[in-house]
Design a protein around this ligand. Structure first.
Ligand SMILES: Cc1cc2nc3c(=O)[nH]c(=O)nc-3n(C[C@H](O)[C@H](O)[C@H](O)COP(=O)(O)O)c2cc1C
Length: 327
């Protein structure tokens, strides 16, 4: 069965978003935003705050498994926190070797390690040795820092270290998020290493999904921005794979998700930070959805929660009316 994973996205795909997107359907696994590990031990409450799913069997409210992702360069400290996460309820651990952020790379975290295959091996091995055999360990990498020269070596180091699967985001660090994603490189890696490879990068629709699988040769994929732009994408893909019709979400379906997200964010963040989170999602959705563009334009200047509540309620009434008119 071809699996679809929801990509980790720091500052975007938090527990609230994971719950909502997995409720729509089609997503088989989620990965948390990275948890950065430095020289200090994190208290248990920090892990639980970042991954509230730990307290309820490590699944989202829709029952979809959640993998805990760590980022750092110190093998001992990463192993300690991986063990701690498992003690708190984590059922799988992932290691981030792809983050391009300057702040993270300065401290040899994320993509910065793609120039050091030996360090990748040490980290994966230390973490693998620290975990019970029953807990899967995976990793996520980009193709390199400036070029792809070490892509195969890095993937082999991760495999030899003991990871059982590897997500490949098919771009180098300096390529950022610029298209295209080089899916043919995922195929090269898949042929070179003996662990499960999962393809990632630039899947925005059914055609991309098919093309990515064809070119990469991977059965499983991970999708990030495409699922934020169209929350029904994974469901649509699954329905098509089963020989059915594409699940078409109309604007009302999306609006109801946005409203639920907005209500939940108000429980998480102080009021001044709430509008930014909702606008952030709309900003990602407007890439594919003209309704989201219009709503984004209307919401852009609003700062007060009452104004946003009113705007969302009136949009929902209007979208409901439009749906009734169509039927
Ligand atoms: C805002 C943002 C935050 C991200 N945070 C993480 C992260 O915490 N961990 C990680 O491994 N990748 C992270 N990524 C990378 C994504 O998981 C994914 O590899 C990338 O977006 C390409 O996939 P896509 O084209 O389907 O979005 C992030 C990407 C974005 C745009």
């Amino acid at each position: 069965m071809a699996n679809i994973m929801l990509a980790p996205m720091e500052g975007v795909v938090d527990a609230n978003m994971r719950n909502l997107l997995t409720t729509v359907g089609g997503i088989d696994t989620c990965v948390t935003e990275f948890i950065r590990i430095t020289a200090q031990q994190l208290p248990e409450r920090d892990l639980i705050k970042k991954v509230p799913e730990l307290a309820r069997g490590s699944v989202t409210s829709a029952g979809v498994p959640v993998v805990v992702q760590f980022l750092g360069s110190d093998p001992e400290m990463l192993a300690y926190h991986a063990q701690l996460a498992v003690k708190l309820g984590a059922s799988a651990i992932d290691l981030n070797f792809g983050c391009p952020s300057k702040a993270v790379n300065k401290h040899r975290g994320g993509a910065a390690l793609l120039g050091e295959p030996d360090t990748l091996f040490d980290i994966v091995k230390k973490v693998r040795d620290a975990l019970p055999e029953t807990v899967p360990l995976s990793a996520k990498m980009r193709l390199g820092i400036k070029d792809k020269n070490l892509a195969l070596e890095n993937a082999s180091a991760i495999a030899e270290g003991g990871a059982s699967s590897l997500v490949v985001h098919a771009r180098t660090k300096i390529e950022g998020y610029r298209p295209p994603a080089h899916w043919q490189w995922i195929d090269k890696i898949r042929r070179a290493v003996d662990i499960k490879i999962i393809a990632n990068g630039d899947i925005w629709n059914w055609q991309d999904y098919q093309q990515c699988r064809l070119v990469s040769g991977c059965e499983d994929v991970m999708i990030g921005r495409g699922l934020l732009a169209d929350p029904s994408l994974a469901l649509s893909i699954k329905q098509r794979l089963a020989g059915g019709e594409e699940a078409v979400f109309d604007w009302l379906d999306n609006l109801l998700l946005i409203e639920a997200y907005y209500v939940n964010v108000q429980q998480q963040l102080p009021p001044p930070f709430v509008p930014g989170r909702v606008k952030q999602w709309l900003n990602m959705m407007r890439v594919k959805n003209p309704h989201a563009q219009l709503l984004f334009d209307k919401m852009k200047q609003l700062k007060l929660l009452d104004e946003i509540t009113y705007l969302l309620k009136s949009e929902i009434i209007q979208a409901r009316q439009q749906r009734e008119d169509r039927l």
